[in-house]
Design a protein around this ligand. Structure first.
Ligand code: TYM
Length: 342
């Protein structure tokens, strides 16, 4: 079976972008592939954070995975920091990563702009190396992510090829290794729709956990009245009718796209249904679709989060399974790079 890994940071609330860009796609993939889904807590501390909230957010995120339909009889769910190999391999990988590759990362540039490059933590720069470690440890074939992670995936591929070239192949064989590649070179799986859900208050920026205004996103755990209020107040325009793909109407395109994703219908069908509508008729439809879709997820979330023994067991089993795979890759990497065996 081909293998798939992916993860979400337990920072703030999980929103519709995380759902349509990543989590929802995991659910269909778990039937065909060997899947591992982690909560990337180590990634969540690269910017200043509240240590008293981290454990709770990590647990919440795990419960959301399960509530959205991740099935632990098929997929392994675990916490990144529970599998020590992630940080260990990161060190090996970071010794093979040119600083120039990391300086190019759009997310680093964006996130370091505010504080200034001299002031942000080193880990904000080396963040993609940890992400590469998350992926390469499991010899993953595919990584389902939203559009914003594409560049990180490219770096992961380049890094895998570089380490394979430097320490794998014939060279490694001469040193007593098995020969061949140390890491499989993974491919991103970016969904055709939903890969870039935009903000409710600005159709040109993506929906994000770190945006200061909660009005800009729909969180998966938002109650009905909050959703109603956010849709009522979201940014629209004063063009007649509703349409996809008009560059002058990014908000309209985004809201129709969300409606389409929720409905499971085609773009053409939605375009036809909505072309003659005004915002006053469309907004209640979208609100209802959101509430109907999220309500069952919220009910399941409540059940799961209130049974902490169950959740702990799932996470412990997931970490044990993941560690077996991860340790094997890590040991191969140590061996290929010439370390004295333990
Ligand atoms: P994170 O936590 O920012 O986002 C989790 C997933 O949600 C996707 N996403 C979006 N998709 C569509 N529209 C949006 N507005 C939107 N916002 C976020 C992201 O693309 C991602 O798939 N570095 C990663 C986490 C990570 C990871 C990994 C992912 C760490 N190691 C290994 C895959 C494999 C991140 O910060 O995602």
């Amino acid at each position: 079976k081909k293998r798939i890994v992916s993860g979400v940071q337990p920072t703030g609330s999980i929103h519709l972008g995380n759902y349509f860009g990543a989590i929802r796609n995991w659910i269909s993939l778990q039937n065909t592939y060997d899947t591992l889904f982690f909560i990337v807590d180590l990634h969540a501390i690269t910017l200043p954070y509240d240590a008293q909230k981290l454990a709770k957010s990590t647990r919440d995120t795990a419960a959301i995975y399960l509530a959205c339909g991740v099935d632990t009889s098929k997929a392994s769910v675990f916490v990144q920091s529970h599998v020590r190999a992630h940080v260990e391999l990161m060190w090996l990988l970071s010794c093979a990563t040119p600083v120039g590759w990391l300086n190019r990362m759009i997310q680093f540039k964006e996130k370091s702009r505010k504080e200034g490059v001299e002031n942000v933590g080193v880990a904000l720069l080396t963040y993609p190396v940890l992400m590469a470690s998350d992926i390469l440890l499991y010899q993953s074939d595919f990584v389902p992510v939203g559009e914003d992670q594409k560049q990180h995936l490219e770096l992961t591929r380049e890094l895998a090829e570089r380490v394979n070239y430097l320490y794998g192949g014939k060279k490694w064989k001469k040193m007593g290794g098995r020969g061949g590649a140390i890491f499989k070179v993974p491919e991103p799986l970016i969904p055709p729709a939903g890969a870039r859900v935009m903000s409710l208050t600005d159709g040109l920026s993506k929906m994000s956990k770190s945006a200061p205004s909660d009005q800009s996103r729909i969180n998966l755990l938002d109650p009905k009245d909050v959703i109603t209020n956010k849709i009522k107040r979201c940014k629209t325009d004063s063009f007649p009718g509703l349409e996809f793909d008009n560059p002058e109407r990014p908000e309209c395109n985004n809201l129709l796209s969300i409606y389409q994703l929720l409905s499971g219908r085609t773009k053409e069908e939605i375009a036809e249904e909505c072309q003659g509508m005004n915002w006053g008729t469309f907004k209640p439809l979208l609100t209802d679709a959101l509430v109907d879709h999220l309500h069952p997820i919220q009910v399941r979330y409540q059940e799961i989060i209130s049974d902490s023994a169950y959740l702990d067991r799932i996470l412990a089993e997931g970490a044990a399974k993941a560690s077996d795979i991860a340790d094997a890759t890590l040991n191969n990497a140590y061996q290929a790079m010439g370390f004295l065996q333990r």
